[in-house]
Design a protein. Sequence first.
Length: 262
Amino acid sequence: MKRKIITIDEDLCNGCGACISACAEGALKLVDGKAKLVKEQFCDGFGDCIGDCPTGALKIVEADVPDYDPAATREHVAKTGGPEAVRKFNQAAAKHGGARGVPPAGPAKGGCPGMAMRFNPEKTKPASQPSGGQGPRQAIPSELQQWPVQIHLVRPDAPYFKNRELVVLSTCSPIASADIHWRFIRGRSVVVGCPKLDQTDGYIEKLAAIFAEPSIPKVIVVRMEVPCCGGLTSIVSNAVRMSGRSDLQVEEVTVGLNGDIE
């Protein structure tokens, strides 16, 4: 059975070890200056390590690999890291929504913490206008002034990138927060992507080509609070370096699962 598991691009890995510190399961280690997966059964596929990688070398993929083994992993953590490592392992279990070895609600066999099921019916308010296809053609005006928006589809030389701040927007952000359009998209150009589910090969090069436009004064990364979404910030950071610009401002904004802007 296929499940989610980490994969590492050794060409991008700089051996910083940030992913190893972020992995509560002890599934990663440095070998000859490169991060390596110790054992497939030790990786639960939650992707906590992705957001800590400064080069974008880590990705979550689906592969036909052995199941995650929580008992063997805990034994490995205790043996290699001692009580403090076990404490970190237990904290990660709580953050991921329960004890290790218990399949999470929703998709099984791993996933980022944002895959834990959430439902808050009290947050829904009665619609002031008819819902669905009825009512006005546009109840809330869109602030979008360009098309396309997906990173794969935009052209680096598109005129709408000139003389504007650029928002690099995670796919889920405008779903989580109704404020995204007026707070971030208004008056700015925008590109959209998901560091976990997109085929991100070429994203760094594409964004670097866009960032090279000298009239872009600032880039705002709008990401979700889940760890795997930190990969979007890593992609942008590498693209800024590749662009050769030292004057480009970069800001990161985090959107909570309840829509709060941090």
